[in-house]
Each structure stands twice: as C-alpha cells, then as structure tokens.
Write a protein that binds this ligand. Sequence first.
Ligand code: GTP
Length: 602
Amino acid sequence: TDPALIRNFCIIAHIDHGKSTLADRMLQLTGVVEQRQMRAQYLDRMDIERERGITIKSQAVRLPWAPTKDEGGEPATHILNMIDTPGHVDFTYEVSRSLAACEGCVLLVDAAQGIEAQTLANLYLAMEHDLTIIPVLNKIDLPAAQPEKFAAELAHLIGCDPSDVLKVSAKTGEGVAELLDRVVKLVPAPVGVYDAPARAMIFDSVYDAYRGVVTYVKVVDGTLSRRERIRMMSTGAAHELLEIGTNSPEMTPADGLSVGEVGYLITGVKDVRQSKVGDTITQVSGGAQEPLGGYKDPKPMVFSGLYPLDGSDYPELREALDKLQLNDAALVYEPETSAALGFGFRVGFLGLLHLEVIRERLEREFNLDLIATAPNVVYRVEMEDGTEHTVTNPSEFPVGKIDTVHEPVVRGTILAPSEFIGAIMELCQNRRGVLLGMDYLSEDRVEIRYTLPLAEVVFDFFDQLKSKTRGYASLDYEPTGEQTSELVKVDILLHGDKVDAFSAITHKDKAYAYGVRLVAKLRELIPRQNFEVPIQAAIGSRVIARETVRAIRKDVLAKCYGGDISRKRKLLEKQKEGKKRMKMVGSVEVPQDAFIAVLSSD
Ligand code: GTP
C-alpha cells in the first residue's frame, strides 16, 4: 500500500466510555465484519476482559475507508489501521508502544461523565509522541449527556475550539462515518524510508495455543517479507518469518509488509519473551544497524507471595504460572517457602491490576485456590559496609547496619469534583504524599497531582480514594524513580517464632500502628492452645506491641462420659480432620483461615 493512503490511529478512552462499542461500529461501517457476524465487543477476546470490561491486550485491525467527498478528504480508498491500546495504568509501557505505532489518536470521552484521570494520563502520553488528537464525545444519545459542558472541557485541555469536538453515539452509529472521515483528513500518513533495511517496531505480542506467538508490528522503514530470516535487535536472536499479514479482523496472510503498514507476524517462537514489546525487528542479511528508540525491559513493580491453599496443588500452580508467562513478558516468579504458608512463589507484577488479573486467571482458568500475601514494592537497601540488597520480600529485609533505604515513588494524578479536594489532600498527606500541583479542568472539576510512595498506593489507596469521594475520583500513577525514606521492618511473632508472611516494611512513624493492628487481629483469630501464646510485633529485637492468647485444657473425650466407643472414635477422627486445615507455626497451631483473614482484609 502507498504510505500516503495509510492512517494509523488508536482510541484513548476511559473504561466504559465506549471504546469497544465504537470499534464495533467502525468494523461494521467499513464492512470488515458482516452484520450477522457482529457480536458485541468483537475485539475483546479474553473472557475475563469481557466480564470485567477491561482491555488487557492490544491488537490492530485494518479498515478500508473511502472518505465522503464533502469532508474534504481524497475519495480514494484509504487503509485505516486501528490499534487498540490497553487502558490501565499498569500497562503504561505497552500503551506507549501502541501510541508510538500511530500518527494520530481519537480521544473518546463519555458525554455524561467527562474526562477521567487515566484518559488524561494517556492523552499526555499521546501528546509526548506528537500524535494528532481528534477529540470526540460519545454517548450523545444519553439523556444525561452534557455535550456542551464537556466539549468546552476537552477544548480547554487540548487547546482547540469547542466546535472542533466531534459528537457521536457509538450505540446508534451517529457521527461515526464523520469520525472516520476526520481520521483520513487530519491524521498524517506514516513516513519512512522505502529503500532502507527493514525496521519494524513490536507493539504487542500474544501467545496463541495453536500458532505460537503472534507478534504485532508497525513497519517503519523498508519491507519485511514472508520466508525471510529476521532478527530481534535487543537479543540478536534470529527466526524465520513463517507468516506475515494483516488483521481484518481475522488474520489474513500477505507476501510482506512495508513502510507504514501495521500487521502481525509469526515465527514459531512459543514464548512472548522472545518477541518483546518495544523491540525492533530487522532482516538477518543486510539488516539495519540501529534499532528504533524506546525499547525497555518490563520491570515488575509489585511483588506478592502466592501459595496454594492446598499444599498438594503446588505443581499445578507452577504449571499455571509457566503457561501464563508464555503470554506475559512482565510476569516473573520464583519458588519461595514460608514457615506459615508452605511452598509457593514470589511473583512480580507491573502493578495492582496486573496482580489482580493474574490471581483471578489462576483461580478461574486453572481452578486453583490461592493465598496471596500483602503486595509489597521493591526496596533497595544500602548497608554501612557498602553492600547493597534488593528486597522483594519483606521477610528478607536485611538485619544489621543499614545506611539508607530507597523506595519507589510514583506521580499520582487524581481527577475529582472540586468538593472533594479536602478529603483527597488529607488522604494523600496520610500516605506520605507531596503535593505537586492542582488545576481546575472546569469550574467544578479539579486535577490534583502528588508524589506518593508506591508502597502507599498499592495498599488500598484506590479503595480509600473511591470511598472518600463517593466513587467520583479517578486515579492514575506512573513510576518516577525512588526516594530515601526511614523505613523499618516489623515482624510478627507467635510464641516467639516469626511469622514470615506477616513481616512488613513500613515507615517508622507507621510501624507502631501496623504492629498493634495485626497483633489485635491475630488474637481474635487464633484459638486457645494448651499453653499460653504471646503474639508480639517487633522491630528487630524491640517489641512494640503484645497480646496474649490464654491457655485452655483441650480434652475432647471428656464430653463423652465414657461409654459409647464408636462415638469417641468419631470425635477423635473429627479432630484429626480439623487439624489438617491447621498450620504449625513453631509450636502453635494456627487455622489457615486466620492467615487468609489477616492477609485479605485491608
Ligand atoms: P472497556 O472495554 O472496559 O475499556 O470499555 P469500553 O470503553 O470499550 O466501553 P464499552 O464499549 O464496553 O461501553 C461501555 C458501556 O457503554 C456499554 O454498556 C455500552 O453499551 C455503552 N455505550 C457505548 N457507547 C454508547 C453510546 O454511544 N450510547 C449509549 N447510550 N451507550 C453506549
């Protein structure tokens, strides 16, 4: 295809603002999906995505479109490549790669809701990539729509005239043809060097059980052809290009892809880590020397221990993680043992949603019952003797002469109605936040920016924010580096033995509160034993909180008043049964439920 006829664009939208519905309308209108095949949200394939209404993996679809004459576009049939971007904060890097494959984007905003924090974050990303932005209000068919108010807000934000904001209904299809016309007219055609060695950027990579890894690329320079040998520039690994083609929306093989084109390729690799998002592909012979810029290795930001509820499920858990990793280059894990929870894995995630999605998939698709330890971030600890430790598990926080502790920080952006400013600032202040700035988007909506320790954000921050703003606030955050902080490790001891699963790293001013809370909670949950059980919270050897579970005499047979021997046996068996769900921590029996209760609530 002549690059002059290609338009690569994406849709930036908040969850539920109608991106999938709009994509469906575009598929229909351009004739790539026939009416009778149409089902809602054609592009969202994963079940979990459908149910939760979130788009996790991006894809690209090729739409032929001949613009209407009176919109001023040339009437020739153009190729519009719609590149789907993941919507959530955890996937910022993937979003940035999808944006890098585009020349323009549709900023889609619900006409009854206005812009949200995530949309704003992605809009800023799009602006950084110099994309042409087409502002669009959706759902104008809704009675609650306030198109004038939000058109003004959008215009103010991106610096255009309110009359430039297109108003559509993805539901009824109103305005969608005009939108496609506008994409042709306003989004620049891709530019690249035709006679150069090929350079293609990977913006997504998906594992398919039948075909192996399907890699989505945008060709920037030159041509990639079927059957030639290609090289991944970050690793130097070479592969044969078994198949290359476009999605419209099913995979359609082609002889090759050249400048500006977007499509998929298959090399037979079985693991997405061999075909990494952001990497550059070139030919093996006469290939390019310089990769395209912007490649980054995915870096896990949040860790949690995952343990099977039933210890015998451990091999299944390993197998399930192995399978998920085929499709998720950002998922890392290694085996870990916990005195309290047994054998499991320490798993690294990009963020909280990523964690939640993986947990849910393990439980749902692989039928595993899991216990997850409280999520923690990665700390860098410098010792006085000059050595350095990277801590991904609080129980491994070093003892001895610590010089400085570094923790990751994020830049958080919160959008909310202005009546909640006080509540939001209070929350952020409590979470060790530092105010960066505040802007009014319109007279009653405000954007508040804070630097926050990631550790404070992963710990129920979002839930708190929602409850303090009656659900109106939206949040986005991006990692911005690290800071040194006065952090300490709090250990919880049962009868003198450390319960590793409850060790936590907290700011020194919050250590006491954490200790008191956990100790009190455990006291409620741990049944009386034959001896007295002290429950303590300690920093190093200094105890900061203590409760005691009193001893009882446990004599089940006493209830039977002699006599009936079969009844006695039954009782004994029952007691044995009950013990199975107990874990021994040192000399103390703790019901597994207690661990789950402590780990799951806040
Ligand atoms: P994610 O995939 O979760 O990011 O959501 P999305 O942005 O793709 O939203 P989706 O298309 O799933 O739409 C969310 C809801 O809004 C659905 O119930 C749609 O039926 C509804 N919706 C989308 N567009 C319109 C519209 O123009 N008018 C009305 N009334 N409802 C719409």
